[in-house]
Unconditional design. Structure first.
Length: 292
């Protein structure tokens, strides 16, 4: 029996650790095959970081991790792209400051690829890195996870810091437009959708996939079909523990956890809730308990 991937956000760790992976690679292929500039907002605990990690491994050409998945025989594994991954949840900006952490991230990526940066300012350093990385390794794939975390973390009593971080991010993201010729794809995720004027005013070619997009409506979260297929080994023992039929269990799961839709047609379950339901074998509002 494959393990429940509770808290697993790293695609490599998930695939090599015998965890359940609900195969979303057909949708990922449709989105990534031709590149582009995309923004996608989803609630917490919905698999955004895992999606970004999956894209990172895909563009890096790690074919072994995609064995037996839909995309294995469709993707051109001979073509790889340098990936610039910015996971804001991993940056220590509360201690060191956002600008310092972003500059450090640029330096780390540059060092990994044997690139020396000469610019001083954050924006210029970012642009220089994208240019040199593209010239050395080919068009860059830029993956930004939780773009809004440095703002949301300070909303409330520290609103001044939130506004300062907002301006830093606006200046940082403005470098993307000026680096278009060096980029193959940009994919940005977050939990909120800030006005384009506030942060993405210079990125007028950024396509928002959050609402009404048929392709990405089921890219995160589990559909009914996926639930019954990928968790089929967990359904009977859970029903037995709850002393109900499998049919009643599925009815209960739908009543508790199947309330999300971004196009009005495709309805999905919250992954965090489903995984914890099968682990605890009890109906409970798991997602709500993670609120901060």
């Amino acid at each position: 029996m494959q393990k429940l991937p509770i808290g697993i956000q790293d695609f490599e760790k998930l695939r090599e650790g015998n965890f359940i992976y609900v195969d979303k690679t057909k949708i990922i292929y449709e989105l990534c095959a031709h590149g582009g500039y995309y923004f996608l907002s989803r609630p917490r605990r919905f698999g955004k970081s895992l999606l970004i990690s999956t894209m990172k491994e895909l563009f890096s050409g790690n074919k072994k991790l995609f064995k037996d998945l839909w995309i294995e025989g469709k993707w051109d594994w001979n073509k790889t792209y340098p990936v610039f991954h910015i996971p804001f949840a991993s940056l220590d900006y509360k201690v060191n400051g956002l600008d310092v952490e972003l500059q450090k991230r640029c330096q780390d990526i540059a060092h990994t690829h044997g690139i020396q940066l000469k610019s001083d300012s954050l924006k210029n350093q970012f642009q220089e890195l994208l240019k040199k990385l593209s010239q050395k390794k080919g068009p860059v794939v830029l993956l930004i996870d939780e773009y809004d975390k440095p703002i949301i973390d300070f909303i409330g009593d520290e609103i001044k810091q939130a506004k300062q971080n907002q301006q830093i991010l606006k200046n940082f993201y403005s470098a993307i437009k000026d680096s278009d010729s060096y980029l193959h794809m940009v994919f940005i995720t977050g939990v909120s959708k800030f006005s384009r004027v506030s942060i993405f005013s210079d990125l007028n070619n950024l396509e928002d996939l959050t609402i009404g997009d048929y392709l990405t409506a089921g890219m995160m979260g589990y559909t009914q079909k996926e639930l019954e297929h990928y968790f089929q080994e967990y359904i009977p023992p859970t029903a037995k523990t709850l002393q109900i039929s499998e049919e009643k269990l599925l009815e209960g799961v739908k009543a508790w956890y199947n309330g999300y839709s971004w196009d009005g047609k495709c309805f999905v379950y919250n992954p965090f809730s489903i995984l914890n339901f099968f682990k605890k074998r009890a109906f409970f509002d798991f997602w709500f308990q993670t609120a901060t």
